[in-house]
Design a protein around this ligand. Structure first.
Ligand SMILES: Cc1cc2nc3c(=O)[nH]c(=O)nc-3n(C[C@H](O)[C@H](O)[C@H](O)COP(=O)(O)OP(=O)(O)OC[C@H]3O[C@@H](n4cnc5c(N)ncnc54)[C@H](O)[C@@H]3O)c2cc1C
Ligand code: FES
Length: 367
């Protein structure tokens, strides 16, 4: 994986640097929150200030970050800590607009049936609610001077980071040839539809194809069918010339990579759901958590994050996909298996991602 694109951090004021040794951030945050829940010593928080429908099952939410938010680049994501029924849950969401003049952050959330956080954000969260905000992460960003031809492939909520990039390019007067192929089951699930169509009408360099998988196509910019080799050939995408960015569920991204990865000029993808785990390690092993002194029997073949949560522990986590690094922790001994590739990691490491590794042998972790 490439180095993460880091947003530029604001400097700390001399006054805060002077006070830093005297302040306990947790204590400061507790008393500050009695006056204003948005105030903290250094933790980024965000206040929900607006919500509007984005499609039949998605909403766009606008957040006002506090002073500790360090910024982002279009195409990046944030981890949002959300309190649902008394539990703090963390999920990743992509920022859908480049930096706004009013400083607000926009995300668009699709309600997943039975999904704890997405349903809360779409239906339960109230204006004024405060959320924990992680630092921006993700590598699917554009170069400072994009050139050549670009092909964006989006399925479902995978449109969100690509929308930020489309808006960035539109704001620059569309300096490249850009084709967006965007899949949804039904027409009323497309987000940003009016804006995308208006852009395609105004910008000859922007081409839009809307693909439906459970409804017939009716308009000239619509088509039917799931992503497969035949569909890609009928879309006439001139793949060999394209710099491809793909985003959507794990299965969609895997298919896009298999079809285009080797033929396109470049290929980059991010998945919003993990691929199915095909590792068939069985039995359990002993995992020693050195800091807490606990010893647990955990199943092999399951992510360490899921296995630890099943034991009632709450290791820090975010994307649960190996992208954000929130769950990384030290491994002193034992072998862990990368669940996506099957590779074994025998050596000690300061940063084992618990969400995409399982215990292959007895392990000792810095937890
Ligand atoms: C880097 C990144 C960026 C993301 N950006 C966005 C975004 O901009 N907008 C957005 O709506 N979502 C986005 N997601 C997905 C988001 O983080 C959550 O996974 C999603 O909102 C579901 O969370 P939940 O708590 O409602 O579901 P959970 O309670 O965690 O899961 C409920 C059920 O839904 C399934 N499920 C979980 N996520 C999805 C999904 N994305 N699609 C289909 N089924 C799912 C689970 O397997 C489970 O069976 C992103 C994910 C990643 C990793
Ligand atoms: S939770 Fe994001 S890398 Fe593991």
């Amino acid at each position: 994986m490439n180095a993460q694109v880091r947003p530029i951090r604001r400097g700390t004021s001399p006054f805060r640097r002077l006070l830093r040794p005297l302040i306990k951030p947790d204590v400061f945050d507790f008393w500050a929150s009695c006056v204003n829940p948005h105030w903290t010593w250094e933790r980024p928080l965000a206040k929900l200030v607006a919500r509007e429908p984005a499609s039949r099952d998605a909403v766009t939410l606008l957040f006002k970050p506090n002073a500790h938010w360090a910024g982002f680049q279009p195409g990046q994501h944030v981890n949002l800590g959300v309190d649902v029924d008394g539990a703090r849950l963390t999920r990743s969401y992509s920022l859908t607009e480049p930096t706004r003049t009013d400083g607000l952050l926009a995300i668009t959330v699709k309600a997943i049936e039975g999904g704890r956080v997405s349903e809360h954000l779409c239906r339960g969260a109230k204006l004024g609610d405060i959320f924990e905000l992680g630092a921006a992460f993700g590598e699917m960003t554009l170069p400072s001077r994009p050139q050549g031809a670009w092909l964006f492939l989006a399925a479902g909520s995978g449109i969100t980071p690509l929308m930020a990039l489309i808006r960035q390019l539109a704001g620059q007067g569309m300096p490249v040839d850009l084709t967006l192929v965007y899949w949804a089951r039904q027409r009323d699930e497309f987000c940003f539809l009016d804006e995308l169509r208006a852009l395609a009408a105004a910008q000859p360099r922007f081409r839009l194809r809307l693909m439906l998988t459970r409804e017939p196509a009716l308009r000239a910019d619509e088509g039917e069918g799931r992503i497969d080799a035949e569909l890609i050939s009928t879309l006439d995408l001139r793949v060999a010339h394209q710099q491809v960015l793909a985003c959507g569920p794990g299965g969609f991204v895997d298919t896009a990579r298999a079809l285009l990865g080797e033929h396109a000029k470049s290929f980059q993808a991010e998945a919003f759901t993990p691929p199915p785990i095909t590792i068939d390690d069985t039995g359990d092993v002993e995992v020693h958590l050195r800091r807490s002194g606990r010893r647990l029997r955990l199943p092999r073949g399951q992510s360490l994050l899921t296995a630890l949560e099943a034991e009632g522990l709450k290791p820090a986590s975010g994307c649960r996909m190996g992208i954000c690094n929130t769950c990384a922790c030290g491994k002193f001994s034992g072998s862990a298996r990368q669940l996506h590739t099957g590779e074994l990691m025998h050596e000690a490491t300061p940063a084992l991602k618990l969400c995409i590794h399982s215990a292959a042998t007895d392990l000792e972790l810095d937890l």
